[in-house]
Design a protein around this ligand. Structure first.
Ligand code: SF4
Length: 329
């Protein structure tokens, strides 16, 4: 499976080229109830639990190949994200150095669940990125366990202390990403008390930015529901009140990505993207380029050959790979 995919049209990072440092099946320290990748098949506590990982040379080879097709000038970010928690691969620091040699001034971001940030080796790797986007969904251990369903021995306390250390040690930009959701069960993070506690906890980390997000793709658990714009706005105002001086952005004010050049898109590119992120037809066109008619034909072919399927979420139709199994990789 290629370790480089996309580009992906991202609401905060524009057109972002994805780097995936893990091999299937989905490997993560968490099993978040809202995860767009479905349930975590391989839940691990740390890098020592990984059987296999993507090597430096593989990323270099895959990136060189991708850059023959996608002009560097059309990329806003190179982003570590994909099929699980990227900091599990301790070669990340070395890989960031190699990528810089190929992509020059293009900024590098890491999307992390921050579960391993209390480790010095992981912080050393994160320090090499230009931007770290770290997850924070709960203000206490009980809710953390209910929402993020972490592997054994992972505590919210160690995550918060690790993020504070990263803040002190690194000069790069730190964003906290908070996923807020309604629920048909007794698990959510949107009551007034939780919101206030989350904002006060975020303040102790002193981030540059807080992103207030809500699930926009089909979640792992069917009881998870997105917030309406009005509630997101109310919560955003509360965060701004408490986090004076910190940029607070919400999912409803996304930065529109620049248009990608029209080009011929291959089925494999669509599959590689859909393995990491379910997309609507329009998302695929915005991410990979091409025109809507050709993309529709490719989608129809992939559905007919049982490689992808469609899922309804809210008023939208998303496409995703059918079975996360060896056949798809
Ligand atoms: S949302 Fe991210 S951190 Fe949570 S289970 Fe999915 S991949 Fe892991």
């Amino acid at each position: 499976m290629p370790s480089v995919y996309g580009p992906v049209a991202s609401w905060r990072l524009g057109h972002s080229l994805g780097i995936d440092l893990l091999l299937p099946p989905k490997t993560c320290t968490f099993d978040c109830v809202y995860c767009q990748l479905g349930r975590t098949i391989n839940k691990v506590s740390g890098p020592e639990d990984l059987n296999e990982k993507v090597e430096v040379d593989t990323v270099v080879k895959d990136l060189k190949k991708m850059l023959k097709e996608v002009p560097l000038g059309s990329i806003d970010f190179v982003t570590f994200s994909g099929y699980g928690e990227p900091t599990l691969n301790l070669m990340m620091g070395k890989i960031i150095e190699k990528i810089r040699g190929l992509t020059g001034d293009v900024p590098i971001a890491v999307l992390t669940n921050a579960s391993l940030v209390s480790r010095k080796d992981v912080r050393m790797n994160l320090k090499k990125a230009d931007l770290v986007v770290a997850k924070l969904d709960a203000p206490n251990q009980e809710l953390f366990e209910a929402i993020n369903r972490p592997a054994k021995n992972l505590t919210l306390y160690s995550i918060i202390e690790g993020l504070k250390c990263l803040r002190q040690e690194a000069n790069n930009r730190l964003t906290l990403q908070i996923m807020l959701f309604r629920s048909l069960r007794n698990v959510d993070n949107i009551n007034e008390k939780t919101i206030e506690e989350l904002a006060r906890l975020a303040l102790t980390i002193k981030p540059d930015e807080v992103q207030i997000n809500t699930p926009t793709r089909p979640p792992s658990e069917g009881y998870v529901l997105p917030l309406r714009d009005r509630r997101l706005n109310e919560i955003s105002r509360k965060f701004k009140e408490i986090l004076a001086g910190v940029d607070v952005v919400t999912r409803i004010s996304p930065r529109p990505p620049q248009a990608v050049e029209k080009r011929r898109v291959r089925e494999e590119e669509i599959l590689e993207l859909l393995k990491r992120r379910p997309c609507r037809l329009g998302d695929l066109v915005k991410s990979l380029g091409g025109d809507e008619g050709s993309m529709r034909l490719l989608i129809d072919e992939l559905i007919a050959s049982n490689r992808i399927t469609s899922v309804h979420f809210g008023e939208d139709v998303y496409y995703k790979v059918i079975v996360i199994s060896d056949r798809n990789f």
